[in-house]
Write a protein that binds this ligand. Structure first.
Ligand code: GLU
Length: 561
């Protein structure tokens, strides 16, 4: 290996071969090397042949040789495979990405980000991280009717929470002059015209595949009308600039769609303007001007991709590579921004972080970590098949992260207070974490009255109290009479007694466990108050994020079991 680049190509070729247990792929190897070592991008031309050499060399080796060689010269790359490969699956390669990519996440600032945005933003982020390059956050705020001034800040917070590797931030409302300029150029090219037809009338003609009278105007006349639009001589709804497409297109929605319009009200929060581009125009222009190489978005944008193609063709621009992933049904939460907003305004939801909503902030409030959201979205991938979002998978991804960290505590919902007849005073030492003795124990003293979860003792004659002893229960109507039954684990087992949580009646904090279906009221161990902001495990109930302690009452949000 004479120089670094050859060595890098060789070790990444080895890694690629070991990972897939097959001959290495030159394109992937180049992509990995340039992604991790952007300093070599300027030498992209000499890399191709060198990669070919490295790949050929590795291809000749046996699987065992490849592995032992990688272990010898780059053990960390071998370790990386066993650490991450089992868990985070690799998504399909993107064509033409070997030399790095420029991608974008383009939300509308109409509310905070939700699970739908998470998928788009994480998949694009994944590829930028994989191939190296730039990741543009493009705030698409050219529809004053759908801009919520507070959403600008929320989107940035959510982007940060998700850990997206954004390198550039662009606001479309800062770029109106650019769109105006290109709109004029498109008119000059004969690719667009100003249409003053009544929208109903235009629709009728369009459905028949017929041109409206405006389509026949000369460029000069169109430019004059366009200037009048900019000069404020038209009012909202009177006029629109249309892209000339194909009036015979089988899909009427493709025919001469609008590119520019007037919006008089509401006023835009960031700019003093009344002429605004519609999505297909501003998206196509910006994808080109920002040098976007790859766009990953949902299938619901396929028609837009076709519409945008006309603009690329008129200007003779090279379009990015598009991938459209399938629809994702998400049950159990509200996702429509207008639905969420109405619910918040009417008091049905407490705010954008209400746990009945599918926003990032609602999910965060429940103790679900951004890394879990990322892993779950990568598990879903970019396939074209429509799927339903698996909450179970998100939960198991989250559990992998929080289980090793979460301290264990007892929470007794709907408690029954009892005195255990004949019981000796007993100090229970319960581990804060069963797999990590170094964290120590919680000490709970059972002397006198204790609290038991009603649902777990109802109808039972014996239960075992965790880390304490067995009790026998005699029922006097609805009232349990409880007596000490020794501490033999065998006996508890042979009587099929469940092991349940409990609390000393004199050492407890009121606690509400907030859940999507119904809240649980009860008591928890006092040290839970010191866990505000953390995820804990309420034994036998599940993981929860301790949200606040107010007036001596703990509020925690249920995450999952
Ligand atoms: N801002 C649009 C949206 O959120 C466009 C996104 C895109 O082109 O990918 O739907």
């Amino acid at each position: 290996m004479e120089n670094d680049i050859e060595r890098l190509l060789f070790i990444y070729a080895l890694q690629n071969a070991v990972k897939h247990n097959s001959a290495p792929k030159s394109g992937t190897v180049i992509g990995t090397v340039l992604g991790k070592h952007p300093e070599f991008r300027s030498r992209a031309r000499e890399i191709g042949p060198l990669a070919g050499k490295a790949v050929a060399q590795v291809a000749k080796m046996s699987a065992a040789e490849r592995k032992s060689r990688l272990e010898e010269i780059a053990p960390e790359l071998l370790a990386e495979l066993t650490e991450t490969h089992e868990h985070v699956r690799e998504l399909p390669a993107l064509e033409g990405a070997e030399n790095g990519v420029v991608m974008r996440f383009a939300p509308n600032p109409s509310g905070p980000l939700h699970l739908g945005h998470a998928r788009a933003s994480i998949l694009n982020d994944y590829y930028v991280k994989r191939y190296g390059g730039r990741y543009v956050l493009r705030v698409e705020d050219t529809d004053p009717k759908r801009v919520d001034p507070e959403a600008y800040g929320m989107v940035l917070e959510d982007v940060e929470w998700l850990g997206l590797g954004i390198t550039d931030i662009v606001y479309q409302s800062d770029r109106l002059e650019i769109y105006y300029d290109l709109c004029r150029k498109l008119i000059e090219l004969g690719g667009a015209y100003v249409c003053v037809c009544d929208s109903e009338r235009f629709r009728e003609l369009k459905l028949k595949g017929k041109p409206c009278p405006c389509r026949e105007l000369e460029v000069e006349e169109n430019l004059e009308l366009w200037q009048q639009m900019l000069d404020g001589e038209f009012y909202e709804g009177d006029v629109t600039v249309r892209v000339k497409t194909d009036l015979a297109h089988p899909d009427p929605a493709m025919r001469d769609y609008s590119a520019m319009r007037i919006v008089n009200a509401p006023l835009h929060p960031r700019v003093d303007a009344t002429v605004f581009p519609l999505m297909n125009f501003s998206v196509a222009v910006d994808d080109h001007l920002l040098g976007i190489t790859h766009v990953i978005r949902g299938k619901d944008h396929i028609a837009n991709t076709r519409r945008q193609r006309y603009i690329f063709d008129y200007f003779n621009w090279k379009p990015p590579v598009y991938r459209h992933y399938g629809r994702m049904g998400i049950s159990g939460v509200v996702l429509s921004t207008s639905g969420m907003r109405e619910g918040i305004n009417s008091g049905l939801y407490t705010g954008w972080d209400d746990i009945h909503l599918g926003t990032m902030r609602a999910i965060a409030r429940r103790g679900i970590e951004p890394e879990a959201v990322r892993n779950a979205m990568i598990d879903i991938g970019i396939g074209e098949t429509d799927i339903s979002f698996s909450w179970e998978n998100l939960y198991s991804r989250n559990k992998e992260l929080v289980d090793p960290r979460a301290n264990r505590y007892f929470f007794v919902p709907d408690p029954v207070e009892v005195t255990v007849e004949g019981a000796p005073r007993h100090e229970a030492h319960a581990a804060l974490h069963p797999n990590d003795p170094s964290r120590g124990v919680r000490t709970l003293i059972a002397e006198g009255a204790i609290l038991l979860p009603r649902a777990d003792i109802e109808g039972r004659s014996m239960v075992r109290l965790k880390d304490l002893y067995n009790i026998r229960i005699a029922w006097d109507g609805d009232t349990p009479r409880v007596s000490y039954a020794g501490d033999s684990l065998e006996e508890a087992r042979s009587e099929k007694a469940p092991i349940i949580q409990w609390l000393p009646a004199d050492a407890k904090l009121p606690c509400t466990l907030l859940r999507q279906d119904e809240n649980l009221e009860g008591f928890c161990e006092p040290p839970v108050a010191g866990e505000t902001g953390n995820v804990v495990q309420f034994e036998r109930i599940g993981f929860a994020r301790v949200d606040s302690v107010e007036g001596g009452r703990v509020s925690a949000y249920f995450a999952h079991r």
